[in-house]
Write a protein that binds this ligand. Sequence first.
Ligand code: ADP
Length: 263
Amino acid sequence: MNDVTTARPLAEVRGIRKSFGTLEVLKGIDFEVPAGKVTALIGPSGSGKTTILRSLNALDLPDEGIVRIQDTTVDFATLRRGRHGHAVGESAREVVVLRAHSGMVFQQHNLFGHRTVLENVTEGPVLVQGHPRTEAEQEGRELLAKVGLADQADKYPDQLSGGQQQRVGIARALAQRPDLLLFDEPTSALDPELVGEVLGVMRQLADEGRTMLVVTHEMRFARDVADQVLFMDTGVVVEQGAPADVIDHPQHPRTQAFLRRVL
Ligand code: ADP
């Protein structure tokens, strides 16, 4: 068995701080994302979970702290200082490289309505990464088959159910060939009967050994599938560890109170 504590983590977050105006949303976040494992990020609404995901792929730029994914490291305080100096080009390139390491699945799928399902999946690889279209289409069809949508490739998003649309969102993230998959509450906007098919695809990806960081309110999924659980509250990681510890035997009163509310 892999020992998550000794292998080099695929990603690391160190001392991340982020404010929106006067509101300090992340107050010094540290954690590691072990390679080939599922990390679940749980906690009350507004605790900063989405902002962490957005910091990992630099959709939000933290005020300070370091994010490393594989061999790409971005020091955000340096990046910000560089805005007014010569370091900016160098740092901005690092940000682009950092983004390329991860693929994000959003709460709302954010698919292009005027593009077919297949085009939604191939757009990034062709236009952003410059892959040949025929190759991207072949890979796109394979990814759609993987998420159970082989026969939906030529439809438009609004012809699909919410669960199918979200699975297209997963295929689209996979098409970027990311090292790290980021999921931002991918089932919270779905009707209850559609949640299972999306969680099923996520379980399959976990079984394949994908490295995943999942913001979720699905405690059963976190307990069954995650290798590591982080509980966040008011911008800090309050407790972290194996699901059997954090979810079944939480130590911190804030974790205990949260789980009493949601379980
Ligand atoms: P969670 O994912 O745990 O619900 P978020 O990271 O979405 O929490 O948000 C944390 C806090 O940051 C919330 O109070 C939210 O309103 C605030 N916030 C998030 N994004 C922005 C933004 N772009 N501008 C201002 N406030 C924001």
